[in-house]
Design a protein around this ligand. Structure first.
Ligand code: PLP
Length: 404
């Protein structure tokens, strides 16, 4: 088959804000993907922690197809059954009493940050508007979310940015204690900094954040856009910490590949989202909600969640073994199937070069910053795909070590 569309066409017609790798995937099945030429790849990237059940899972196809025969879209002038069912299910499975639906992680966070301000405004007045977040954090690409995110490069050129945001060092309890005050309306945290390099929060830091928020009447917001929906071996990562937030955002894996996101909150916080105060045309769309209902049902099972823990061990053991033979990495870290492989200092800055080489060897990987190779595969990736993918990983390491 000849293809009139190729990677070069991308450079001609697409806005230049992305620089995708060279092959164009056209089909996927489970944890395998095929490109335009029919070449096969093992997918350890999982659509950046989205394809929790792999590509084209039969039950998700069925949920999507069945809903597509009934009703696609309504707007929020009417509600719909799949969305209400999904909200019910999210409330039953988590700390939450109320759910607001959006379409992406950034939008869910935008809603969370707006709600935090509105809640403080309603109860304490406009002075209480400060948001505290962490350096190297990532919360999305809208102007508010890049501003709360702790990576100044994403704000550069887009100033002026919203005011009243303070950044502290991740895991620095003392800095949080100093920064928080009665002007603080919310503290926003990732439980594992994903884009920031797969750095897990210290339990003491998270516990202190809860306590300080209570002391200062501030809301605690967990951004679980990357860590949510089974990724760490629990449905949501906060369950590892025994600390519940007031607001939690979830996206990516929630739709298993169909765009849908949600902001979960307590009853008390949600009350500030009065009629007309916030909204979205597509949020809670029946197609997305129907798929997400099936994703939650399948992921929130002993089999899948325990499988994540087993697969974590399998990945880490294999990575450590390969690294003994070809020492390219200084550390493997993360929880469940959110795994970061930090390159040794002499290879710093070369994570993208590594994943480019992996692609040539039939393996799809991700970076997390300049120095970390990131793996976020399907939560149900078969052991034989892990083994085959690791062989390709091994070849990549050898070629990488030879050429760098
Ligand atoms: N929050 C976190 C922790 C993320 O990792 C991401 C995306 O990588 C986002 C928010 C933004 O999500 P989206 O790209 O769906 O807007």
């Amino acid at each position: 088959m000849t293809h009139t569309i190729n990677r070069q066409t991308f450079d001609e017609v697409m806005a230049p804000n992305y620089s995708p790798l060279s092959m164009i995937p056209v089909t996927g099945d489970g944890s395998r993907v095929w490109d335009q030429l029919g070449k096969e790849y093992i997918d350890f990237s999982g659509g950046i922690a989205v394809n929790v059940l792999g590509h084209c899972h039969p039950a998700l196809k069925q949920a999507l197809n069945q809903q597509s025969e009934k009703l696609w879209h309504l707007s929020n002038v009417w509600t719909n059954e799949p969305a209400i069912r999904l909200a019910q299910s999210l409330c039953n499975k988590t700390f939450a009493d109320r759910v607001y639906f959006a379409n992406s992680g950034a939008e869910a966070n935008e809603a969370a940050f707006k709600l935090a301000r509105k809640h403080a405004y309603d109860h304490f007045g406009p002075e209480k508007h400060e948001i505290i977040s962490c350096k190297n954090g990532f919360h999305g690409r809208t102007l508010f979310t890049v501003s709360v995110g702790g990576q100044p490069k994403y704000c550069e050129g887009f100033e002026p940015v919203p005011k009243g945001i303070r950044h502290i060092t991740f895991n620095d309890t003392e800095a949080l204690t100093t920064a928080i005050s009665d002007k603080t309306c919310a503290v926003v945290l990732e439980l594992i900094q994903g884009e920031g390099g797969i750095i897990t929060a210290n339990p003491e830091f998270i516990r202190a954040a809860r306590q300080l928020c209570d002391q200062h009447n501030a809301l605690l917001i967990f951004d679980e856009v990357q860590t949510g929906v089974g990724r760490t071996g629990k449905l949501y990562a906060y369950e590892h910490f025994n600390v519940t937030p007031d607001i939690l955002t979830t996206a990516k894996a929630l739709g298993g590949g169909f765009p849908i996101a949600a902001m979960l909150s307590t009853e008390a916080a949600a009350q500030s989202l009065t009629v007309g105060s916030h909204g979205s045309t597509y949020g809670g769309n029946p197609l997305g909600a129907a798929v997400a209902n099936k994703v939650l049902e399948l992921v929130d099972s002993k089999e899948v969640l325990e499988g994540v823990v087993k697969r974590h061990t399998s990945f880490i053991n294999k990575l450590q073994k390969l690294n003994q033979k070809t020492p390219v990495f200084s550390e493997f870290r993360g929880k469940g199937l959110l795994i970061g492989c930090e390159l040794k200092t002499e290879y710093h800055g070369k994570a993208r070069a590594f994943i480019q080489m992996a692609e040539q060897h039939g393996l799809m990987l991700l970076v997390a910053g300049l120095n970390v190779v990131r793996l976020t595969p399907s939560l149900i990736i078969p052991e034989e795909d892990i083994a085959e993918g690791m062989q390709r990983f091994s070849k990549t390491m050898q070629v990488f070590a030879k050429n760098n």
